[in-house]
Ligand binder design. Sequence first.
Ligand SMILES: Cc1ncc(C[n+]2csc(CCOP(=O)(O)OP(=O)(O)O)c2C)c(N)n1
Ligand SMILES: [Mg+2]
Length: 336
Amino acid sequence: MELDRDTLLKLYRTMTTIRHFEERGVPETGQRGMSSSVHSSVGQEAVPTGVCAHLSDEDYIGSTHRGHGHCIAKGVDPKRMMAELFGRTHGPNKGKGGSMHIADMSKGMLGTNGIVAGSVPLAVGAALTSKIRKLGRVAVAFFGDGGANQGVLHECMNLASVWKLPVIFCCENNGYAESTPVEYGLSVANVSDRAAAYDMPGFNVDGMDVLAVFEAAGEAVARARAGNGPALLEARTYRYYGHTVFDNPLTYRTKEEEDHWRARDPLLTFRNHMVAQGNEITAEELDGMDEEARLLMEEAVVFADASPLPEPHELYEDVYGDYPVEMMRRGANMPV
Ligand SMILES: Cc1ncc(C[n+]2csc(CCOP(=O)(O)OP(=O)(O)O)c2C)c(N)n1
Ligand SMILES: [Mg+2]
């Protein structure tokens, strides 16, 4: 697939921004006494990057507990995200959400989510809205290989297929659900094999290769946008660190396995490919992007630390939106 220079550079910029956010921000939360779990997506950057490159601010995504990369790829401001991780008021959710509740409706980001596969029905609901109101918007539901076995996902895939909704079910298969290997808990060889049960196309791609993800996601998004219904996209990837910062992955996987995947690092692979291909993209140019991302995260930490903590009385604000309350008063009369 031939991609123009701007698109290629944008893909790399997104991946390096995610990498630097995770490497700088995740350990910082421990330094600041944040008690909630924080999950790093280092190693998985190619998946949100390749998928979200096809989406605009009007399109929607639903994310997971490992969702910083989804937010960045969807355009959420990393500085404000850092503030959210630190529980500060300049975060998108005023510091009351933290890592697992980052939502930014101005970017179509429906939220990171502490409930495994919890944001799948949100994305499907958004796709239903788009179809009913003829908005032409697409929704992507991200979930893990553990999430692939949640009942709600299967209900959602069934209805999305029946209603031909513009939604992509994107499984980030990183080989483990906490310490459980995917081979132990999955009834089929690939998550994407399950697409057949719901009469939708299943794509299975190398999730360490951003170009492969970009190509498959492009096809899935295009057919959803054209009104041809949902698709299931599985990207095989790997998380370099433990499930959370408290987890030692070497209690359930080997160093050799980790080294195998790290040798296929998505940023490194893309960089080598680009420079070798002679796309007029130089190693120095990519180094410059890495440095910009590094500096941005330094700024983000300063910005977040300067942001105040929420006041106790703010606890009861932003609990309910006006819209659902009004809907409930009117008896929730939504046309289908
Ligand atoms: C409904 C529900 N069940 C269990 C948990 C506990 N839990 C948190 S993350 C996780 C594993 C998820 O694995 P996967 O979907 O593969 O995502 P990954 O962590 O690998 O990104 C589990 C079981 C939860 N948060 N929600
Ligand atoms: Mg997993």
